[in-house]
Design a protein around this ligand. Structure first.
Ligand SMILES: CC(C)(COP(=O)(O)OP(=O)(O)OC[C@H]1O[C@@H](n2cnc3c(N)ncnc32)[C@H](O)[C@@H]1OP(=O)(O)O)[C@@H](O)C(=O)NCCC(=O)NCCS
Length: 143
């Protein structure tokens, strides 16, 4: 598996994957053209590929000296093959390279991914998150 920076031509493939992550929450932005466009332009979107086929996606944002994972997904036909774990490994390297020591991820309860993140070494932050009446887990890892 290789991980590379996403380019504008990858937007359609990214949209297809993020549309599967869509939750019916007002202002759900993570599958919108504008959000993805901006993250690609900023060099914050990455693709995991095997034999030039996309098997996973991850995107980041820097907020207050921390790196936040904004999007994370293994493609439908490549779940539970270690793609997610490798992308988290990449996120740790990305955080280090940017000179930061804290990696965060927020995840809506609906995704049921809390155990995945705990297994990866994230700790649950005390303060819960809420976005337009939808609760999300706030998790953090010190690198
Ligand atoms: C969550 C996700 C990224 C994990 O990636 P993955 O490639 O399937 O996970 P891995 O194969 O690296 O699994 C690592 C470990 O986590 C476990 N795991 C994976 N997904 C899990 C989940 N949803 N809940 C609990 N455990 C999970 C695996 O069983 C594995 O355990 P093991 O090490 O004991 O064998 C992937 O399942 C996914 O894309 N889900 C749909 C999109 C999504 O919910 N994204 C998160 C939005 S915040």
């Amino acid at each position: 598996m290789t991980i590379r920076k996403a380019e504008p031509k990858d937007k359609k493939d990214i949209l297809e994957i993020t549309n599967l992550l869509y939750l019916d929450i007002p202002n759900f932005v993570w599958n919108t053209d504008e959000f993805i466009d901006r993250q690609i332009k900023n060099g914050e979107y990455f693709l995991a590929e095997t034999e030039e086929k996309i098997v996973g996606i991850i995107s980041f944002r820097q907020r207050k000296k921390k790196i936040h994972i904004e999007t994370l997904s293994a493609t439908d036909d490549h779940q539970s093959e270690g793609v997610g774990s490798q992308l988290i490994g990449f996120a740790k390297e990305f955080t280090k390279e940017k000179g930061f020591s804290i990696l965060r991820v927020y995840s809506f309860h609906e995704y049921k991914t809390i155990d995945f993140y705990l297994k990866q070494g994230f700790s649950l932050l005390e303060k819960p998150g809420i976005y337009n009446n939808h609760e999300y887990y706030r998790l953090e890892m010190r690198i």
